[in-house]
Design a protein around this ligand. Structure first.
Ligand SMILES: CC(C)NC(=O)[C@H](Cc1c[nH]c2ccccc12)NC(=O)[C@H](CCCC/N=C(/NCCC(=O)O)S[C@H]1O[C@H](COP(=O)(O)OP(=O)(O)OC[C@H]2O[C@@H](n3cnc4c(N)ncnc43)[C@H](O)[C@@H]2O)[C@@H](O)[C@H]1O)NC(=O)OCc1ccccc1
Length: 245
């Protein structure tokens, strides 16, 4: 198996998807055929879905909170913690996962691009209440209300059709630019992702345009695999611990 050199010139930008949490027991989107209760996940994880049926959306996220609280990080998560310890500020982990397993494994330099399951905020954009930690698994049939303005609360998650936090995108782009301007070797590694959802799936093209190296570790070959210079097919929990040297 090819291995990834993590030397003193290496700046490593990692992107993870649902596949990295699969070996912990978290279902992937593709594993669910992109469906939940027979409906496309996009229809639940969207502002339209929340406006139409907030009960159903909270049932979706409460079930996922309960599931994520039951599982633990796997060797794929741990390998990334080791690499961060080795590379320090020449390491950044951008994840599409909202399960919080990277932080629970010990990762520090993490950008949760699509939010976190265990944070809640008020759905009223004019409400002054900030997003807050919330592990509550709300009983089926309940939608929590905001104690400040009485509006509905919603998961602090980036839904389909919603913009990502510009600060998160700037942090990722800033890391890549610093790598290049420092004369370092920019390496982009994506793991456990089907590479379908934007803007995350556009990162490989941006890194290539900057002259960076591109690696994909994934169980299945994907359309997006063709956009990577190196593709290693396998389980991230088995490949990542052996990949870095
Ligand atoms: C479906 C897709 C085509 N749609 C989009 O990309 C949309 C629209 C869009 C924007 N730009 C475009 C350009 C072209 C086309 C469409 C668009 N993007 C957006 O809406 C984004 C917001 C996207 C974020 C949505 N929120 C998520 N998550 C939070 C919710 C929640 O989680 O509940 S996305 C969600 O789905 C994605 C799922 O993908 P993966 O993580 O890759 O998981 P998947 O199951 O698909 O694949 C797993 C892989 O792992 C592999 N695997 C399995 N086991 C293992 C294993 N053990 N080891 C290794 N690999 C493994 C499998 O083989 C598989 O390949 C993740 O990003 C995940 O976070 N916002 C936005 O662009 O705002 C501006 C805007 C606004 C209005 C209109 C236009 C633009």
């Amino acid at each position: 198996m090819e291995t990834l050199l993590l030397d003193s010139k290496t700046w490593l930008l990692v992107l993870t998807g649902a596949g990295v949490s699969a070996e912990s027991g978290v279902p992937t989107f593709r594993g669910l055929n992109g469906l939940w209760e027979g409906q496309p996940v996009e229809s639940v994880a969207s502002p339209e879905g929340f406006a139409k049926d907030p009960l159903r959306v909270w049932r979706f996220y409460s079930q996922r909170r309960a599931g994520a609280a039951e599982v633990s990080p796997n060797p794929g998560h741990t390998a990334l913690v080791e690499w961060e310890r080795h590379l320090g500020d020449r390491f950044l982990l951008a994840t599409q996962n909202v399960d919080g397993l990277h932080r629970r494994a010990g990762s520090q330099r993490v950008v949760e691009m699509h939010g976190n399951l265990f944070t809640t905020r008020c759905s009223n954009v004019d409400c002054k209440r900030a997003p807050f930690p919330d592990t509550t698994v709300y009983p089926d049939g309940t939608v929590p209300g905001c104690k400040d303005c009485g509006s509905l609360l919603r998961p602090h998650i980036v839904w389909f059709g919603e913009y990502l936090d510009p600060a998160d995108l700037e942090r990722i782009q800033g890391f890549a630019q610093r790598a290049v301007s420092s004369g370092g070797r920019l390496v982009f590694l994506a793991a456990g992702t089907s590479g379908v959802v934007y803007p995350a799936s556009g990162m490989v093209d941006q890194v290539r345009a900057m002259g960076g190296e591109t690696w994909l570790v994934n169980l299945e070959t994907t359309e997006s695999a063709l956009r990577f210079k190196h593709f290693i097919q396998g389980k991230s929990g088995e490949v990542l611990p052996k990949l870095g040297r």
